[in-house]
Write a new protein. Sequence first.
Length: 300
Amino acid sequence: MTRRTRWWIVAGLLVLPLVFLLDRTRQGEERYQAEWLRSGDVHLRVLRTGTGDTTLLLLHGYGESLLAFRGLIAPLAQRFSVVAVDLPGSGLSEKPGGSYALEPMVARLGQALDQWIHGPVVVIGHSMGGEVAAALAIARPDRIVKAVLIAPAGYGLGMGLTDEPFSSQQQTMAAWSLKARELLVPVEDEQWIANPPDMPEGARSDSASRRASAAYLQDFDFTALRGRFGELKQPTLLIWGRLDPLIPIEIGLRIAAELPRERFVEIGNAWHRPHVEQPVRVAAEILDFLGSNNSATDQR
């Protein structure tokens, strides 16, 4: 299989999510109000809800938005404070110029911890957001007490993809693919989360979104934590879909072998987005891992 063929497979995954991959928990959902909060040099779209001494910080994958966690937020918020963000350049957050590498991403989120999140934090990240979550936990053990990584990037990719940088043509193709996917998986849903009136300039700009999507593929190293997952000293829950083709479960087992304090959960009949495909099961696993009260520090 050529690299071009492999790339078309990945592009297909971006453009054509199957119906069973979509969140099926929408009837009777609570309606939320988004905020625009500054983190370093960017304004981020943020959803804050729930109560509790511990805050769960939710970080989505490449090309997605905080809406990817809509099936988890309500059950998690019953026992914890929950903060879900659109990462810089994603969703309706600002699309700044400059680098979209892992290090500045971690620096920006570290500033968010200091500016508008108080108390102990549990990071919950999926795919690219899982890599960011793990790196943030490594960098900020003073604030982060546990980590939940759902098929995280950082070690390697499947489907025959190599570690080589994406070409400019592939970056452009991915950017257009993500905009097409928004027809099926939108980054806005006013019936579920209302946007405040002071939306940052360019938040809905197609050109800015395509530029940011391409910049991620140019700047972000999806294997930057290979050999570094062992630096995660916090208790860590790994969640993986058994059928994941993009970051196969075999990679998850390698990551688990590096972690000093881990729990591994395999979700059968799930692909790369188990929190979307089976949100009830994933929420239950997360709550069990975090313990019986609204403070996740008891198992540190």
